[in-house]
Design a protein around this ligand. Structure first.
Ligand code: ADP
Ligand code: MG
Length: 685
């Protein structure tokens, strides 16, 4: 018996190979076994050449009866392989001298490859061949051959060999991988599951294996989900030990704030404000996720939380992912908070020199509220008594940044309360896992008088009509956005495209003022443009996707999005959410470049059919998969090896039942096996 070893300790695994394996997430021996095949090849049989059919992968054995080298643009090798029943062509579009020998006349070969029909008859391109001595016919494997996802510099044969060796060590008992699911659970055992997955017998349901519906794969997914569930439960227990300052609002400042607003808060806003008030009044740190569709009025809720937190002399901060959004918060919240005599401190990367020194002094001194970008996370920033951190549109932040801000308020065992606001509605399956450490509040009601944005999709050939429509809207004193999204993965090109478009539109629309905003402009210039647009001095704002998040100009009621086929659903939804904030009927035109691919067509269809953020998020999940929906590339959360939340949703109930039945030791081992010792994935906040 031996425990799970690090792969770098295995004989023959040098630092370079270990590095490549680690790139695939393979660090320990057991990881090899959780690396699942992409597909399988059937090498258990030999197919007589007269029974070979096009479109299938087959294994054949025969003798080279003819070989030809053809000279065209490149050299090509074509050989004819024959057995007693028939023959087939083998074609190599490029080859090495060693292969010349392998394919020489008279040579006996065993070949595996995909068969296709060419003008000259059946052929295999680039078959995998093994040379055989006369009379020799090595035994055939009795299970199917797995093909694994691999990486540059790590050959399929090498990786498959390592996995096969580990599997046989498991089967012989040399590698000890203990069963961690409770004994009587109805799933298939770990060792059996791994054996079927890596060496399925002929006749096994291969589609179920590769798609993951097979009981063996489901069993692993169940274990993995259980491990994540247990890890989060552990985090929640740790959180219950933490302390935070209990905050209250004895003089009714929140009521004062709400009374001074130019509108009446919706029932949903009031309910959520109350939920947050209750959290803040406890000595346990709040960890709350506030979900509210675009335009649902999260800013007022944030203001109420800031006021509650600072009523008794503590400090509170709100952080946004982009400077434009942070500035907008600064403007709006400064207005909301002014009647209470609160003057927020502004801090962003571009605040330098005297302004910065002053801001830092106020934060260390008597300032109540700080508003800014990630600049608030910097080392040099010290708060006097930070008691609440609000993060807007949090999935754009990395976990580490978020932790850094929490650290700012850490005093001994005391932590600041945290509120995370997101406009990306999170489907139930994701909320249960990625955000399982958080309590959730939902603003499920839009301010009164909003009419859903009407949405049309139009081919860019109909641009002329779209411009006429734009002119009509502008003449009615409405304002509009024209968005030019990413041309390629380049902010520079995106900015250039927007610049060109704004010049072009300015020439066409001489009676109106056309503004431009993109990510590469100086913050002061961006701010000036946004202010002019808010004030109605700019009629049409040409923008890159920088306006995607949070920008709020209620008089803007027409949104035109170019190259809409390139954007994801949640991005389109965010962009569209910039209009329909006032009482005018708003419209959104999705300009696309034909022909439309299948996914793009489906996305535009969804956008035309619904404005409900939850429906859109569910569709997004179906079309893209969970990692993308949450933007977890950035946060590093939610990386499953085997489980797939869309596919495995049905397992979640069983995960909860099993969680009650594993003991502490099993829980530790499960977390160790699937997540590793560091638990760095978990968002402890
Ligand atoms: P979110 O951040 O959730 O997308 P905002 O907080 O920016 O939404 O609010 C969107 C718009 O709705 C703003 O113009 C805001 O002034 C307005 N608003 C917010 N709450 C209400 C309300 N209860 N009644 C009317 N208008 C509201
Ligand atoms: Mg907002």
């Amino acid at each position: 018996m031996s425990a799970d070893r690090a792969l770098s300790e295995l004989p023959g695994v040098g630092p370079q190979l270990a590095g490549r394996l680690a790139g695939l997430g393979l660090v320990r021996e057991s990881d090899l076994l959780f690396h699942l095949p992409l597909r399988f090849e059937d090498r258990t049989r030999l197919t007589p050449l007269n029974q070979v059919r096009p479109g299938t992968g087959v294994q054949v054995e025969g003798r080279i009866v003819h070989r030809d080298i053809r000279y065209g643009r490149t050299r090509m090798l074509v050989a004819t392989l024959a057995d007693d029943t028939g023959q087939i062509s083998l074609r190599l579009f490029r080859f090495y001298p060693s292969q010349l020998k392998l394919f020489s006349e008279g040579q006996r070969l065993r070949c595996f490859g995909e068969v296709r029909l060419s003008p000259g008859g059946l052929e295999m391109a680039h078959p995998q061949c093994q040379s055989l001595k006369d009379g020799e016919s090595p035994p055939l494997p009795d299970s199917l051959t797995p093909v694994y996802p691999t990486t540059q510099g790590l050959g399929q044969a090498r990786l498959a060999g390592m996995i096969a060796a580990t599997l046989s060590r498991l089967k012989s008992g040399q590698l000890d991988l203990v069963e961690l699911l409770p004994e009587d659970h109805p799933a298939i055992g770990l060792r059996d599951a791994l054996t079927v997955i890596h060496s399925p017998p002929p006749g096994e349901d291969l589609e179920a294996l590769t798609e993951g519906h097979h009981p063996a794969v489901q069993r692993l997914a169940l274990e993995e989900l259980l491990a994540h569930h247990l890890a989060l439960a552990r985090v929640n227990r740790a959180r219950a030990q933490q302390r935070a300052p209990a905050l209250s609002d004895p003089h009714g400042k929140v009521a004062q704030l709400l009374a001074a607003l130019p509108f009446r808060p919706t029932g949903a806003q009031l309910r959520v404000i109350e939920e947050i008030r209750a959290d803040l009044s406890r000595e346990m740190p709040m960890r709350r996720l506030l979900q509210g569709d675009v335009g649902s009025g999260k800013t007022v809720v944030a203001a109420a939380a800031l006021v509650t937190a600072t009523a008794a002399g503590h400090q509170a901060a709100i952080v946004a992912p982009t400077e434009i959004l942070a500035e907008q918060h600064f403007r709006t919240l400064s207005e909301y908070l002014a009647p209470l005599g609160i003057e927020p401190v502004w801090l962003a990367g571009k605040v330098q020199g005297r302004a910065r020194t002053e801001a830092l002094e106020r934060l260390a001194g008597d300032a109540a509220v700080a508003i800014g970008t990630h600049a608030l996370f910097q080392k040099a920033v010290a708060f006097r008594e930070l008691a609440l951190v609000i993060v807007d549109e949090q999935h754009r932040f990395g976990v580490h940044q978020r932790l850094a801000l929490a650290d700012k308020g850490r005093k001994g065992t005391h932590q600041p309360h945290q509120l995370v606001m997101t406009a990306t509605p999170i489907p139930r399956t994701l909320a249960m896992t990625a955000y399982a450490g958080l309590d959730v509040s939902v603003i499920d009601e839009l301010p009164p008088g909003r009419k859903p944005v009407t949405t049309v999709a139009a081919s860019q050939q109909r641009r002329g009509e779209v411009i006429e429509r734009l002119v009509r809207a502008l003449r009615e004193k409405r304002q509009a956005y024209w968005v030019c999204p990413l041309i390629e993965e380049s902010e520079v090109l995106e900015a250039e495209a927007a610049e060109t478009r704004s010049q072009e539109l300015a020439r066409q629309l001489t009676e109106f003022r056309v503004g431009l905003i993109h990510g590469r402009m100086k913050p002061a210039d961006k701010q000036a443009v946004m202010a002019a647009f808010s004030a109605g001095e700019i009629h049409l704002l040409v923008a890159t996707t920088v306006i995607e998040v949070g920008v709020d100009v209620p008089n803007a009621s027409l949104m035109i999005i170019e190259n809409a086929e390139r954007l994801g659903l949640s991005q389109l939804h965010q962009l569209r959410g910039r209009v329909g904030r006032g009482s005018d009927q708003a419209a959104c035109v999705l300009l696309y470049k034909p022909p439309l691919g299948e996914t793009a067509r489906a996305r535009l269809e969804v956008m035309r059919e619904t404005t409900d953020g939850f429906v859109i998020a569910e569709k997004d999940l179906q079309l893209r998969g969970p990692g993308e929906v949450l933007g977890t590339r950035q946060t590093g959360a939610l990386r499953f090896r085997i489980a797939d939340l869309t596919r495995d949703e049905a397992l979640l109930d069983r995960v909860e039942q099993l969680a009650d039945r594993v003991d502490g030791q099993q829980a530790r081992q499960l977390i160790e096996r699937w997540i590793g010792p560091a638990e760095q994935f978990v968002d402890v906040g």
